[in-house]
Design a protein around this ligand. Structure first.
Ligand SMILES: CC(C)(COP(=O)(O)OP(=O)(O)OC[C@H]1O[C@@H](n2cnc3c(N)ncnc32)[C@H](O)[C@@H]1OP(=O)(O)O)[C@@H](O)C(=O)NCCC(=O)NCCS
Length: 219
């Protein structure tokens, strides 16, 4: 489903942001290739994305530009179930976030992940537009949400746009991706395997968000 009109940045660029669905296998695969090229290998598998889209716990956005349109951006957000929350918190020092699983505390916890824009399209507001879309989606479903901004040394970091869109820094996480890039499938574009990049944990506070009784569980 295409959402919102394509945006015209001073006549230079137009893009369209599309919410992919469980039947968009080829579009998910193309967006996955873009994410791998910009973020590193192993961000997600097509089968897992399609399954999560069927569950309704995942928002998966692709942005297209040009004629014919080609993918220029990808971004995801999800509502975490207890396993997803454990995956989020496991690489953090104990006490960084509450250990209580969301189902026990009546919390609905969201997470932003996998934000990537192709280099020629950067600095025109597309990353912000993808994140504003994800923020609206999370606000409708969650009581709080987290993001880990990858503090790499390459050009184009997400910290600025995330802060501008209401995220509050919690702490810097050292070696957050170490295990995922040692025994797991991930490979960092900056370090390869293992990854020693720091990550900035940011929190989106949501007042009046949905409670656990409002929605089914999802990852
Ligand atoms: C992070 C990333 C997705 C941002 O995408 P983007 O489309 O360039 O994002 P935006 O254009 O919305 O914002 C980028 C910067 O351009 C600025 N900007 C936005 N629109 C602008 C415009 N019309 N004119 C000038 N500057 C603009 C923003 O204020 C922001 O500045 P800041 O970083 O100093 O805060 C992109 O750089 C990227 O793919 N990086 C590599 C992968 C990565 O690190 N992903 C994040 C993982 S956590």
């Amino acid at each position: 489903m295409a959402v919102g009109p394509p945006r015209d940045s001073g006549g230079m660029t137009t893009w369209a942001i599309t919410e992919l669905g469980p039947h968009d296998r080829q579009a998910v695969a193309d967006a996955g290739s873009l994410a791998d090229a910009v973020l590193g290998r192993g961000m997600f598998t097509v089968e897992q994305v399609l399954e999560d889209l069927r569950d309704g716990a995942l928002l998966f956005l692709a942005a297209y530009a040009g004629k014919p349109p080609v993918p220029v951006g990808v971004a995801a957000a999800r509502v975490l179930d207890d396993d997803g929350y454990r995956d989020l918190t496991a690489p953090m020092p104990p006490g960084t976030l509450p250990a209580t699983p969301p189902s026990a505390g009546g919390r609905r916890i969201g997470r932003l992940s996998s934000l990537a824009v192709t280099a020629p399209m950067r600095g025109r507001g597309l990353g912000s537009a993808l994140t504003a879309h994800r923020t609206r989606w999370l606000r409708e479903r969650c009581t709080e949400a987290y993001t880990i901004s990858w503090l790499h040394n390459r050009q184009g970091r997400s910290e600025g746009l995330l802060r501008a869109l209401g995220r509050q820094p919690v702490t810097i996480l050292h070696d957050y991706w170490l295990q995922a890039t040692t025994t797991g499938d991930l490979s960092c574009l900056q370090c390869g395997r293992p990854c020693h990049c720091p990550g900035l944990l940011l929190r989106l506070p949501i007042t009046g968000g949905r409670t656990a009784s409002g929605l089914g569980a999802g990852r």
